[in-house]
Design a protein around this ligand. Structure first.
Ligand code: PMP
Length: 373
């Protein structure tokens, strides 16, 4: 016998029971005076205007979200968001080729290959100008097969620090849409490029605004300094709500056998900041301070090299954007700087401007100067 077998049926709550009885009554003249909740002249619940305003202020949702066209899953920071997106695409998308910029963050190739996609590259960086190879980019994406996926760094391209201008983004958008390519944004540095969350979100918003599909992998590791918490999200923007709801159900199936559920602590911190207008404002200020310090490091390093008369054009140090400078130093020069100056960086000559300070700029400038002379 059940240990609960002797438990008796509880009576209906005296107040809630009134509504139960009311709901059951088919009469057209029925009137519920049981529950103490405010109703309008039309008998409808009232959402106060001020509440609506506050909600708008806090959430400020994009139309695509209001229209329930975005399927979002909390994922394990940027990497996990990319991987879940890639697994989803490998399973449910008709095309299996994804184009990534050349060069790109080293993990992109591995994440997409492991998920079963085939990775190709599109021209991106031009070593001679240390800027964007825009013509090459347009040619390569223009030659991609219809439906192919395109990985785009939303801002602060890693490792080059080279981003398209908004005019160039618009051309990229038109090309991608006209060819029916599927854009997949990697947004790992929102706010870090310009210091403004909105400005850095512009490219993604341009694509969402045209009503077409896109994927967005977001990391909060850098912009909230929550590196170890692994806070991120994958959003799949769809054209209709019913599609988004089916996409979301499939995302759950992708995630379930990988790690079942994401951890809650860091995500609760991020959600609290995003939902509370005071904290949100405070975050924007602190984020801008981080971005501004990096920008000032660019200026200081550039000035220090100019002061030393270091041969070559170093203007790319101030032109490039975000956390990294792609110095143009070759692997021998990098090895020299490590051996003689104890300065460590990746062998492709990428330096993290975030690791630099006013105190250490002169040492780095001395090392670069010695490496190139
Ligand atoms: N994308 C890019 C371009 C990155 O540089 C990084 C971090 N180095 C990531 C994604 C993922 O970062 P995380 O998983 O730590 O959020």
């Amino acid at each position: 016998d059940s240990v609960f077998a002797a438990i008796a049926q509880a009576p209906e709550d005296p107040i809630l029971g009134v509504t139960v009885a009311y709901n059951k009554d088919p009469s057209p003249i029925k009137l519920n005076l049981g529950v103490g909740a405010y109703r309008t002249e039309e008998g409808k619940p009232l959402v106060l205007n001020v509440v609506r305003k506050a909600e708008q202020f806090l959430v400020n949702d994009h139309a695509a979200i209001e229209e329930n066209r975005v399927a979002t899953a909390q994922c394990l920071s940027g990497t996990g968001s990319l991987r879940v997106g890639a697994e989803f695409l490998a399973k449910h998308y008709h095309q299996h080729t994804i184009y990534i910029p050349l060069p790109s963050w080293g993990n992109h190739l591995k994440v997409f290959t492991m998920a079963g996609l085939s990775v190709k590259t599109y021209r991106y960086y031009d070593p001679t100008t240390r800027g964007l190879n825009f013509q090459g980019l347009l040619e390569d994406l223009g030659a991609a097969p219809a439906g192919a996926m395109v990985l785009l760094h939303a801002c602060a391209h890693n490792p080059t620090g080279v981003d398209p201008t908004l005019e160039q983004w618009e051309q990229i958008r038109q090309l991608i849409r006209s060819k029916g390519l599927l854009p997949f944004f990697d947004s790992a540095y929102q706010g870090f490029a310009s210091g403004s969350l909105d400005a850095d979100a512009q490219p993604v918003r341009m694509f969402v605004a045209d009503g077409g599909e896109c994927l967005v992998a977001q990391s909060y590791a850098k912009n909230m300094g929550l590196y170890g918490e692994r806070v991120g999200a994958l959003s799949i923007v769809c054209k209709a709500a019913d599609v988004a709801s089916r996409v979301e159900s499939q995302l759950k199936l992708v995630i379930r056998p990988m790690y079942s559920n994401p951890p809650i602590h860091g995500a609760s911190i991020a959600a609290t900041i995003l939902k509370n207008s005071d904290m949100y404002d405070e975050w924007k200020i602190e984020l801008k301070a981080m971005a501004d310090r990096i920008i000032s490091m660019r200026k200081q390093l550039f000035d220090a090299l100019s002061a030393r008369g270091t041969p070559g054009d170093w203007s790319h140090i101030i032109k490039q954007i975000g956390m990294f400078t792609f110095t143009g130093l070759n692997s021998d020069q990098v090895a020299f700087m490590t051996k003689e100056y104890h300065i460590y960086m990746t062998s492709d000559g990428r330096i993290s401007m975030a690791g630099l300070s006013s105190k250490t700029v002169p040492h780095l400038a001395d090392a670069i100067h010695a490496a190139v002379t």
